[in-house]
Design a protein around this ligand. Sequence first.
Ligand code: AMP
Length: 226
Amino acid sequence: MSLKPIRIVLLGAPGSGKGTLTTRLLKNVSQLNSLSTGDILRREMQQNSEIGITAKNYIKNGQLLPDHLMAQLLNNELSKLGWLSNESSWLLDGFPRTIGQAEELDKNLDPFNCNVNSVVELDVPPEVILERIENRWVHIPSGRVYNLQYNPPKVPGKDDITGEPLSKRDDDKPEIFKLRLDSYFKELEPLKEYYYKKNILRTVSGETSDIVFPKLLDLVLQEFKK
Ligand code: AMP
């Protein structure tokens, strides 16, 4: 059976499990690759690159970077990876976050005829998210995410693959996290409407990634067969 290329946008609040679910999805769906704009920015910050230095000021205050800058960063990354092609399947985690970004993304993808064809909203109750953030630790170079409750590292405080130390994200501090959550919900409705009108928006709900994951996997596999 030949499978249709699928290009997914994963919409979800910070802490809704986008990173964890993406990792699980990639293990189950070999055709899929993923790109997280948060991971790209954190890597740039570690390298003290120009964009990394700019990003630091926004991220530490829980603010979004300007749309045009982000759209360009993502486009460069898609181009570098060779994903600007109608043949490729990929998933975007953390982009677009505003309607301006969604429009720029379409504009950049149009010439390659590789527009997004599936948008999945992860609907997780805010109180669950807040609890989860308190338990979140990350391995910054790879973007691997651990949760002390659901998905602890094999050795406390160490990344499973490299053994390097895990860190707490500065922007997971409660007062900054609250700003990020507010900004997500403010941008969410227009973004959902944008994709709803294109008839590509789906929602999966659940309190834990174990509940959400089978629903997400099912949805993605269905899309491949359409
Ligand atoms: P994340 O890991 O996706 O939660 O992203 C961490 C931070 O990076 C966000 O709080 C923003 O400051 C910034 N960021 C990531 N993706 C975007 C985006 N698409 N637009 C603007 N800022 C972003």
